[in-house]
Design a protein around this ligand. Sequence first.
Ligand SMILES: *Cc1c(COP(=O)(O)O)cnc(C)c1O
Length: 386
Amino acid sequence: MNVPLLDLSPQYESIRTEVDEAVQRVVASQYFILGPEVEGFEAEMADYLGVPHAVGCASGTDALLLPLKALEPRPGDEVIIPSFTFFATAGAVWNAGFIPVFCDIDPVTFNVTGETVESVWTDRTRAVIPVHLFGQMAPMAEINELARERGAVVIEDAAQAIGARQDTGASSSPGPDSGSGDRSGQVLAGAVGDAGAFSFFPTKNLGGFGDGGMVSSRDEALAEQVAKLRVHGGRQMYHHEMVGTNSRLDALQAAVLRVKLPHLPEWTEARRTNACRYHGGLEEVDQVTLPETLEGNYHVYNQYTVRARRRDELREHLTGKGIGSGVYYPMPLHLQECFRELGGREGQLPETERACREVLSLPIFPELGTERIDRVVDEIESFYKE
Ligand SMILES: *Cc1c(COP(=O)(O)O)cnc(C)c1O
């Protein structure tokens, strides 16, 4: 029995009729750019998140780029981001015209904290992008407070965290997961900062049939700027107040995503059930450190990421047994060649660099099933017994 890291087919099979009908509806209408499907999905996402504004765009990368461009950077302006994230977070900062300033992470959650952000703050800091890595939110109360005090903007990178939520006062202390059900007194990822960025890349928890993204915002002026920037910088055709770009959410993608959104809570619960079974199975394996959820957080497990001794050998062993795994991420962003001129050096962000050496993500997709999880657990156990 092989265990792929991710298999998207069973999910499609489970909603095939609805999805095919939705696609046909768009094809029959020949309305492909913006229009009713995109507007409908934007309204449904705004409602789901509990925010007044949601603006579709072409990718999660652009969902970061557009609100950053809306801040109109001056030369030398800085944005604080984690070094331990997908490259897009840094690429968007750079392409918007800001200097990315990298901070370290909390070793327990892999997320930035108020403290790690504050330690790299300068008088050029204009914005902070906390990334809700692997599906658990960064401690937003302390990050928001810091940014508010100092007049900076907070853009949440919620690409891996749609549906993740957090008690409004949650801090970085360990404790029980806040479970399912009651959402009162909690905020959803992407609904706490000045803006939130979502990706509908097929491997994300809400994935389309191609690229897609969305900016959520509680700030009307910011949402308005983003809506202009995605159509070359002007609401009225052929009149441009600013230089934007072409970055729209495709109507076909919006139609597919409208079918999928109502299923997201049940798919998320399935991921959490899988995580629970891994916990039970791997608890006794000393060589593996399991992901931890901080008190007041609801983790949505876009990735189930452990730290493993002899990580690369373990990965090879699993590959040999037909079990997929991933290393997110093997190389910190402050050491990437493209950012050499920023002067990043080894040893600068020790927790980030250690995480890059130790992390391993295991299959966690909703339809995985108990048998395959047990198989992964057995193979990890037998590797360390050898
Ligand atoms: C996937 C991802 C993005 C970018 O999304 P795309 O839709 O692939 O452009 C940005 N940030 C993080 C943390 C991601 O995981």
